[in-house]
Design a protein around this ligand. Structure first.
Ligand SMILES: [Zn+2]
Length: 166
């Protein structure tokens, strides 16, 4: 991260997997999943991930929590929601492609497709706009969809359109 905060392993580079591990780590709610990894050779101390080869033990309230369990469960539910692809009325499957808080929550009133957050550069006027996916894909069979874009931040020239601030 730009502010130089280190990961738990002491690295300065934050990967998506780093955040993922934090969001899924039961230690923050006071629980402990034992034997996530195990040693295959006691001489070399080689440690590998336990994919069910040896038993897992889940200990609830093992230590003091720093994250409420309810919040943790909401995060787990959101992670599942983002894995599930949206199926458009025409049967096209869409995956989660943006980490914005409104991604996969805004749908087109005309065709039922997802709205995408896109960067717009209109003659040097840079802005963020939300557009129906079917308007962004030239080969889309749903090109008849006609709603305009929703502007989140734009220069004064485009203020005539309805504006949503995200
Ligand atoms: Zn649409």
């Amino acid at each position: 991260m730009a502010d130089g905060i280190q990961t738990g392993a002491g690295n300065t580079k934050w990967h998506t997997s780093t955040i993922n591990k934090i969001l899924r780590n039961e230690k923050y709610v006071g629980d402990a999943l034992l034997q996530k990894t195990y040693i295959t050779d006691f001489l070399t101390k080689k440690r590998i991930k336990n994919n069910g080869t040896v038993p897992h033990y889940y200990v609830e309230d093992d230590h003091e929590a720093i994250i409420p369990k309810e919040l943790f469960m909401q995060v787990q539910a959101e992670l599942v929601r983002r894995r599930v692809v949206h199926v458009s009325p025409t049967g096209r499957k869409r995956g989660f492609s943006c980490n914005h808080c409104f991604a996969q929550m805004v749908f087109c009133g005309e065709c039922g497709e997802l709205y995408l957050r896109v960067r717009w550069n209109n003659h040097g006027c840079k802005s963020i706009v939300w557009r129906c996916i079917s308007r962004l894909e030239p080969n889309s069979a749903e090109m008849n969809c006609t709603p305009g874009r929703s502007t989140s931040s734009c220069c004064r020239r485009s203020r005539s359109r309805p504006s949503i601030r995200f």
